[in-house]
Design a protein around this ligand. Structure first.
Ligand code: PLP
Length: 362
C-alpha cells in the first residue's frame, strides 16, 4: 500500500477532491443495476454542463485520456482521409501517430515548442480536410492553442480537440466554438484519479461515424447503446463502477463550486505562480498570452539542478513537479496547479520551498 501524502504539482495527476476519495470507497453495485445507470446518466448530464454542450453522445470512456484520443480517430477517420494536425508538443505528435495508424493521410503543421499554433496555418494547410485536430492545452509545454477561430472557419472538416489538460480548468465551450469531437481525462483539472476519458461527439460528427471501426473496444456504435441507450441498455463492457462514482463526485464538486468559479480558482493560482516564480529567478517559458494557468513551464535559475531540485522538492517538502520533455528535457519544469490542488495555500507552499532551494543553490 502506498501511503504518501504528496502535494501533486506536476503535469498530472492532481490531488483528488476529498469527496472523490470518499466516493471511491462506496460499495460496488452492478453495472446494469438501475441505480448505477441513473448515476451514469447523471454523470453524463454533469459532463454536458462542464463541456458546455448539448451533445447527446457525451460520456466517459472506460480508459485514460489516450483512449479518448484513439476513439476520436478510429471512429471518424477512413483510410486516406486528409487530417490536419497541429503539433507544438508531445501530444500533438501523438495525435499524428494515432491518426496515421487509423489510416489518415496526416498533414502535420508544426510550431516551435513553447509557442501557440496560428489557427490560420491549420485552416490553410489543406483545401478540404476531413478533420482538423489540435491540442487545446499542451501539457508538455504549458501552451494554450486557440480553438474558436478553427470552429468559425473549418468548413466541412470535423474539428477534433484534445481537452485533457483544459477541461474544468479553463473555458472549454464545445457548442459555442463549433467543436465536433473532444476528449479529456479525469486526472487533471477535474480532480479525479486517472482512469476515465470523458468524450463528447456532436451530431455532425455522428453522421461520419465509421460503421465498423478497427477497434472493437472503442467502437462508439456499440458503446452508445450502453451509455446513452433508451430502455434496456445493451451490455458492451463492464463499466469501472468505482471510477464512475469518483467522476460523478468530482463533477458535483466542480458544479457546486460553479464552473466559472472553478476556472477563476485556476486562473488566480496561475497568476500567483506567474508572478511568484520570476521573483525567485525562474523564467516563464511558454508564449505570453497563451500561458496555461493550470500548467506553468519555467526555465531554472542559475545553480539549480533539474534532477536534484525536483528530488529535493519531493523528498524534503513532499511536493511533486514535472521535468521537461523532448527538446526541453532537463531545461524546464512543468508545474501543475489543477483540480483540488489549485489553491493559493498550495502555491504558497511551493513558492516557499523553492525560495529555500534557490537560496541554498546560490
Ligand atoms: N493529451 C494530453 C494533452 C495529455 O496531457 C495527456 C496526458 O497527460 C494525454 C493526452 C494522454 O492521457 P492519458 O495519460 O490519461 O492516457
Amino acid at each position: 500500500m502506498i501511503l504518501s501524502d504528496r502535494l501533486l504539482m506536476g503535469p498530472g495527476p492532481s490531488n483528488p477532491y476529498p469527496e472523490v476519495t470518499a466516493a471511491l470507497g462506496e460499495p460496488v453495485i452492478g453495472h446494469l443495476d438501475p441505480e448505477f445507470l441513473a448515476l451514469l446518466d447523471e454523470t453524463n448530464e454533469r459532463l454536458r454542463t462542464v463541456w458546455q454542450t448539448d451533445n447527446s453522445l457525451t460520456f466517459p470512456i472506460s480508459a485514460t485520456g489516450s483512449a479518448g484520443m484513439e476513439a476520436a480517430f478510429v471512429n471518424f477517420i477512413r483510410p486516406g482521409d486528409p487530417v490536419v494536425v497541429g503539433v507544438n508538443g508531445v501530444f500533438g505528435g501523438r495525435m499524428c501517430d494515432v491518426a496515421s495508424r487509423a489510416g489518415a493521410d496526416v498533414i502535420r503543421v508544426d510550431e516551435e515548442w513553447g509557442r501557440a499554433i496560428d489557427p490560420q496555418r491549420l485552416l490553410e494547410a489543406h483545401s478540404n480536410p476531413a478533420m482538423i485536430a489540435v491540442v487545446h492545452a499542451e501539457t508538455s509545454t504549458g501552451v494554450r492553442n486557440d480553438v474558436a477561430p478553427l470552429g468559425d472557419a473549418k468548413g466541412d472538416a470535423l474539428l477534433l480537440v484534445d481537452c485533457v489538460t483544459s477541461l474544468g480548468g479553463i473555458p472549454v465551450l464545445i457548442d459555442d466554438w463549433n467543436v465536433d469531437i473532444a476528449y479529456s481525462g479525469t486526472q487533471k483539472c477535474l480532480g479525479v484519479p486517472p482512469g476515465l476519458s470523458p468524450i463528447t461527439v456532436g451530431d455532425r460528427a455522428m453522421e461520419h461515424l465509421v460503421p465498423t471501426p478497427q477497434s472493437w473496444y472503442l467502437d462508439l456504435n456499440m458503446i452508445k447503446e450502453y451509455v446513452i441507450g433508451e430502455g434496456a441498455r445493451a451490455y458492451h463492457h463492464t463499466a469501472p463502477i468505482s471510477m464512475l462514482y469518483a467522476l460523478h463526485a468530482g463533477l458535483e464538486v466542480v458544479l457546486t463550486e460553479g464552473l466559472e468559479e472553478t476556472w477563476d480558482r485556476h486562473r488566480i493560482c496561475g497568476e500567483a505562480l506567474h508572478t511568484g516564480l520570476p521573483e525567485l529567478g525562474f523564467q516563464l517559458w511558454a508564449q505570453e498570452g497563451h500561458r496555461l494557468p493550470e500548467l506553468t513551464t519555467v526555465t531554472l535559475p542559475e545553480g539549480l539542478d533539474d534532477v536534484q531540485g525536483r528530488q529535493l522538492l519531493l523528498e524534503r517538502y513532499g511536493i511533486e513537479v514535472g521535468g521537461g520533455l523532448g527538446p526541453v528535457a532537463g531545461k524546464v519544469w512543468r508545474i501543475g496547479c489543477m483540480g483540488h490542488t489549485a489553491r493559493l495555500d498550495n502555491v504558497e507552499r511551493l513558492l516557499n520551498a523553492l525560495e529555500q532551494l534557490t537560496n541554498e543553490s546560490r
